[in-house]
Design a protein. Structure first.
Ligand SMILES: *Cc1c(COP(=O)(O)O)cnc(C)c1O
Length: 432
């Protein structure tokens, strides 16, 4: 009925998540409130691990792309499930280290890591630093030389694949700020330089072709392009790069229009293609890394709001105003992303009203959804928006000096705060 198995409707007609009544959660913790189901997150982690076992002799590993949602408790959960972690900034790395995440199992990404961030990665023994460009490579080479260490590195490649996703979140094509281009020979030159450097060890080649992708074909194509590049490196330098990282981007269900593939279907198809290429090139199969972000946390999360007013503009539209908005979920304002919403205290009733869900910021574009079908809404109702586990808290802001909501984790009928609600004092703590 809803996006994932952790949701249901109880005898009161209220929406539940992980066995907890959402209306009760809204009362206990206040709104706006992010709620996440722990078992849904753990299940997603396990499906990735299992797909490597079933299709690739366990010769692979998933790294959770923590930009989707990074906080200490999530780092701990992901670590318990045996996944590695992707970080893209000093702040994400700091959070992971403070959560006790094994630095060996961290990949550090980013198209413009600062000198401080590169130092932080080297000083803390980060497993793999993913180089984005030649300037960064030179800087890293020099820093590693000064410290007398060998940096374990990967290279981000633009495989030139159009994954038919929203152009704002498409990153694999040649006109992208991310990575080395294959067509121009830049990627091969960089690989040669990395291999020649005694301070760098080229452990991996990496690509990430986009986000919220439902087709398997673009992933297969990317894997084949990357296998071809690996062969080229071998031919030119004699070196066989051990790992191939195929990034993330697996689509999730936001609405009934989304039909995600099971991860196993993805991995079985990609594994076949990789094995075939390895055989064709007479090379060993690479260790495969994947970097799911959205698909680990997205469907596990909802956001609960309280309806403040219902403004009917005859023959035009009805605005249902909530006590949050683009500050806790900027994705509609940024990408016109689709979301499913329900009135949580009337979740058993039919969705009969077409409304526009509006936030409380001083910005006309501050909408969560236009033309959403929901139950008849009234002030005081609890509104739930689904699939907000990824890229909501992590993209949240304090615009209009609105404090960020807390995150409550639920598990089999019990709940706990994993990120506290910001206070007004938190808002002014850096003001002088
Ligand atoms: C964003 C990103 C991911 C995760 O993408 P999802 O769509 O959330 O799975 C993985 N790898 C890299 C390099 C990324 O930039």
């Amino acid at each position: 009925m809803f996006v994932a198995d952790c949701f249901d409707v109880n005898e009161k007609g209220h929406l539940t998540i992980g066995g907890c009544d959402t209306v009760g959660l809204a009362e206990e913790y206040g709104t706006p409130l992010y709620v996440m189901d722990e078992m849904t997150i753990r299940q997603a982690c396990r499906l990735y691990q299992k797909s490597f076992q079933e299709n690739y002799d366990g010769h692979g590993m998933a790294f959770y792309a923590s930009k989707a949602l990074n906080c200490k408790e999530l780092c701990r959960i992901v670590a318990e499930e045996g996944l590695g972690l992707d970080v893209v900034s000093g702040g994400e790395l700091y959070t992971a280290l403070k959560a006790g995440f094994d630095p060996e199992k961290i990949h550090f990404h980013g198209n413009n890591k600062t000198q401080d961030e590169l130092n932080m990665a080297l000083d803390n023994g980060v497993g793999v630093i993913v180089m984005d460009n030649l300037d960064e490579m030179k800087r890293l080479d020099q820093l590693a030389a000064e410290k007398g260490v060998t940096a374990q590195v990967s290279m981000r490649i633009k495989p030139g694949i159009d994954a038919h996703t929203h152009s704002f979140i498409r990153t694999g094509q040649i006109d992208s700020k991310f990575g080395f281009a294959l067509e121009t020979g830049e990627a091969l030159e960089a690989a040669k330089a990395a291999i020649a450097s005694k301070n760098l060890n080229l452990k991996e080649i990496h690509c990430h072709i986009g986000s919220q992708i439902f087709d398997i074909d673009p992933f297969v194509l990317a894997a084949e392009v990357m296998m071809g590049f690996r062969k080229q490196i071998k031919d030119v330098t004699g070196v066989t790069v051990e790992c191939m990282n195929l990034g993330g981007g697996f689509g999730i269900k936001y609405t009934d229009r989304d039909h995600p593939q099971p991860y196993n279907a993805y991995m079985s198809t990609v594994a076949k293609a990789v094995k075939a290429k390895a055989k064709e090139y007479d090379m060993p199969v690479p260790f495969i890394c994947l970097e799911p972000g959205r698909s680990i946390v997205g469907e596990s999360g909802i956001t609960l709001y309280t309806v403040g007013s219902v403004k009917v503009i005859p023959k035009i539209r009805t605005y249902v105003s909530i006590d949050g908005g683009m500050t806790d979920n900027p994705r509609y304002a940024l990408y016109k992303s689709s979301y499913l919403a329900v009135i949580a205290d009337k979740a058993g009733q039919p969705a009969v009203e077409k409304v526009t869900i509006a936030g409380k910021c001083c910005e006309s574009g501050d909408l969560i959804q236009e033309d959403a079908m929901i139950q008849e809404a009234a002030p005081g109702d609890t509104l739930a928006v689904f699939s907000t586990g990824a890229y909501n808290y992590s993209m949240s802001s304090n615009y209009n000096r609105i404090p960020k909501p807390p995150i409550v984790m639920v598990k089999a009928g019990s709940s706990r705060v994993i990120v506290k609600r910001e206070t007004y004092d938190d808002l002014i703590k850096n003001d002088v």
